[in-house]
Design a protein around this ligand. Structure first.
Ligand SMILES: [Zn+2]
Length: 452
């Protein structure tokens, strides 16, 4: 079987692959601040070229470029697209990192650095899987399209028009999404969907300037205005009170619940990792898992008003701001929820509060019985020699709807992270072992998709 040669190639070249990953991690690429973006896009494109991709960069007006590449198969008409992102989250707080976030330090079999698990490890592992196939079989099992965007971590604000404009470039028979990994038992995890997300900012203003808090009987306080508005949006039971918010919400399908029940939800480990004695409202077991995957949410991401430094200051602030995100589930639509939020505020006499949208993505799912999904499940079982854990959907979000809903092909998310990879957090890391296994997994998916 040609895959054995491919695996041998991966093992023999492991150090070189790790070196490439370290090189990519050492290049900052913080989309939130526009740091190192162009340099990082250039390295990704160069790495794709070195593998054998024909590449080009799609410029994005007022945004970060999308790196695009293709390799044609000599033996197959099918096309598999990989969606990745080369941007990373800001590394702060820096003092909580054991090693410099851009060092790519390797200790005890773990590679450390911002972006190593999200999403640079997957970028490199996919490219190396393709390289291994090319080097050992002089072909790729299917046509390959490789997309690396630079704004995923800020909500992919410019990807929709790019996909719209280049529908042909992004067409495929199936896609592999950017994230995934193994659980604590080493079982591969397969995700088939995402929640949508709507990010907004609410702003309240009152007096023309900050004033002495002695004026509180006369001058409205914008911080209180926001607190009251927030109070009208969600109650202490976590019920979202916006009129029509729950309309159309799809409950989990029976065939999905069959898989959800089999998910080994490691809730004690989760709680321990988070330093919690129990989850919100004491939910546990299947109830907690169902809430995580299928419940829409409203989260306060940040709240800013007045004096927050040392000691006290008797001030009445002139403005206040809160950032919120709504995670959405199938049949909810971001635009519609935004409209309902604005109506809600108006209806509750919060006309003075300004609503600013900061981007959105739609909820998305690929059905479990799809043949590509079934291929990936079988491949995972063989490569890891363990029953994979299938999530019919996941709690995260991303621009998957552009590919699944607009272009209409199945999208499956797998990757090489592990439960303590600390994505978005200090000490982000990836195990060398997970990286190497993930590389073999991708090669096997390509091979099995080719022959399926
Ligand atoms: Zn991320």
């Amino acid at each position: 079987m040609p895959l054995e040669d491919v695996y041998r190639y991966v093992d023999a070249n492991q150090q070189m692959f790790v070196d490439d990953l370290v090189r990519l991690v050492k290049q900052p690429s913080v989309s939130a601040r526009g740091e190192g973006i162009i340099e990082c896009a250039r390295i990704v494109e160069e790495m794709m070229r070195n593998v054998g991709f024909s590449t080009f960069t799609i410029p994005v007006a007022q945004g970060n470029p999308v790196v695009y590449g293709e390799i044609k198969s000599k033996s197959s008409q099918k096309t598999l697209l990989f969606y990745n992102h080369y941007d990373v989250q800001p590394p702060e707080p820096l003092e909580e990192w054991t090693y410099d976030p851009y060092s790519g330090e390797i200790r005890n079999g773990k590679i450390y650095g911002r972006g190593v698990s999200d999403n640079k490890g997957n970028i490199v592992s996919r490219l190396k899987a393709i390289q291994a196939l090319l080097e050992t079989t002089a072909d790729v099992p299917v046509n390959i399209k490789f997309v690396a965007e630079g704004e995923e971590e800020i909500g992919s604000p410019h990807l929709a028009p790019v996909v719209q404009k280049h529908k042909k470039l992004f067409s495929a028979d199936a896609a592999i999404w950017e994230f995934g990994g193994t659980d604590r038992e080493g079982r591969p995890i397969i995700y088939l969907g995402l929640k949508g997300v709507l990010s907004v900012e609410l702003r309240a203003k009152a007096a023309a300037r900050d004033v002495h808090s002695a004026n509180a009987p006369l001058v409205p306080n914008p911080a209180w205005r926001l607190v009251w508005a927030l109070n009208s949006i969600k109650n202490e039971k976590d019920e979202i009170l916006i009129d029509g918010f729950q309309d159309n919400v799809e409950s989990p399908l029976d065939e999905e619940m069959e898989y959800v029940q089999k998910i080994p939800f490691e809730e004690e480990e989760e709680k321990q990792d988070l330093g919690l004695s129990e989850f919100l409202h004491s939910v546990s077991g299947l109830e907690a898992l169902k809430a995580l995957l299928y419940r829409p949410t409203c989260t306060i991401n940040g709240f800013l008003a007045g004096y927050t430094d040392k000691g006290s200051k008797t001030v009445l602030p002139r403005k206040a701001m809160v950032k919120l995100d709504f995670r959405l589930v199938p049949r909810q639509e971001a635009d519609n929820i935004l409209k309902k939020l604005k109506e809600h505020l108006k209806h509750h006499s919060f006309n003075d509060i300004e609503v600013i949208e900061h981007g959105s993505t739609e909820p998305v799912k690929t059905p479990i019985d799809n043949s590509f999904v079934q291929t990936v499940i079988k491949t995972a079982k063989r490569v890891y020699d363990k029953q994979p854990v299938v999530y019919p959907t996941s709690a995260g979000s991303g621009p998957m709807h552009l590919f699944r809903n607009w272009l209409g092909y199945p999208v499956v998310s797998v990757g090489c992270a592990h439960p303590e990879s600390h994505g978005h957090a200090p000490n982000e890391n990836l195990t060398v072992e997970g990286f190497v296994k993930g590389t073999k997994f991708i090669a096997a998916i390509l091979y099995d998709f080719g022959v399926s």
